[in-house]
Design a protein around this ligand. Sequence first.
Ligand code: F0G
Length: 456
Amino acid sequence: MKTIIEPFRIKSVEPLRMTSVSEREALLKKANYNLFSLKSDDVLIDLLTDSGTSAMSTRQWAGIQMGDESYAGSPSFYRFEQALKELAPFKHIIPTHQGRAAEKILFSILADNKQDFIIPNNTHFDTTRANIEATGSQALDLVAKQGLDPQLDLPFKGDMDLMRLRDLLETKGEQVPIVMLTITNNSGGGQPVSMANIRQTKALCDEFNKPLFLDACRFAENAYFIKQREAGYQDKTPKEIVQEIFSYADGMTMSAKKDALVNMGGWLALNDDDLAMKARNVLILTEGFPTYGGLSGRDLEAMAVGLEEIVEEDYLNYRIGSTAYFGNALDRMGIPIVKPVGGHAVYIDARAMLPHIPPSQYPGQALAIEMYRLGGIRGCEIGTVMFGQQPDGSEKLAAMDLVRMAIPRRVYTQSHIDYCIECLAEVNANKNKLRGVDISWQPPMLRHFTCHFTPK
Ligand code: F0G
């Protein structure tokens, strides 16, 4: 049977506010056509991010009631620690308020006033890159070539380019404190990394005596792709695959807002005693005491339960199936998307879809605006608006102009997804009428959050 059955039923509902096209046209004008400036009450289907937008389960809400708010040594911390060690048995587990806090702590203790470090990754996420660069070090992307071609349909487009990694370690090894791998590769379209590539990256790290750290925000989605696509894993459970993935790592940074199914949370985990001591010292200054980090006891309880639920096969089957269902429907209509469909999001190649809008007129933004105008759907431009602004005020076209539609976990049903598909069919049918936009005002940096647009 083809219908995707959500492996849950709904006990508590959150009403969506319906708006008309003309209301949304007025709301867009008021927001200066920047979708970040909309009130979320005015959005029907919010696909801005999959981060912190998950629906919690009855067991997680029950966990919230069990939260123990002791300053030191809370049982909630030990329950969280045990749940994580079941999947990732790192010696030191350090809770933080979200992923970027873990990154900030890790890179600040690694850098230790040295300015010439290089940290390689398949592709650094923005906050990871920014936290590395803030220490004066270099964040280097070494994703395998296939990961850079949006149209290539290959199973593991998140893999690390092992030749280039070897070359880096041979020529500049003394500048590399750790090697990172992001699973799944968000900035590369939510593409997974194969177990073979994780294993070979670890072998290379061992050869050069470097620790391997995973940016593991979407580890369960990555494990499910391995089960579906990599020989030898079909009969393993997602949990067993996750355990094998982490057995190759010396540490991890985590945003629990993704694959720990909570609305806020994260951690840094690692085996090295000396680094852990330094990390805890920074943690106490910036986040909190080591048994709560930046979190309440109740948050730790919800994460502990989330870590059990995220590796359930029925959940992952629905999750990966539903994202693929969305993306494949767009593909069949001839809408160009990043292929194959990733785990947490569908990415439309707006530059290819709207060739009559030059990249300097932001086809990604034009498409995102139209999706909201017509259907109340909020996606996110990932292209020249987001990356084009240079420190000297000039503009450089981004490599691609994409629109990301990220799917919150356990929030929308298949009929919500069907509605999105219908809306995009209509956008696609009238795409030649779409016009580009100008940026009429922008701040000096990170312009995509607040800049103003005017339609052409
Ligand atoms: N690493 C990756 C791969 C991420 O996707 C994110 C967040 C982070 C680190 C940072 O985690 O938000 O908890 O501080 N990604 C979100 C997104 C924001 O929309 O893709 P955080």
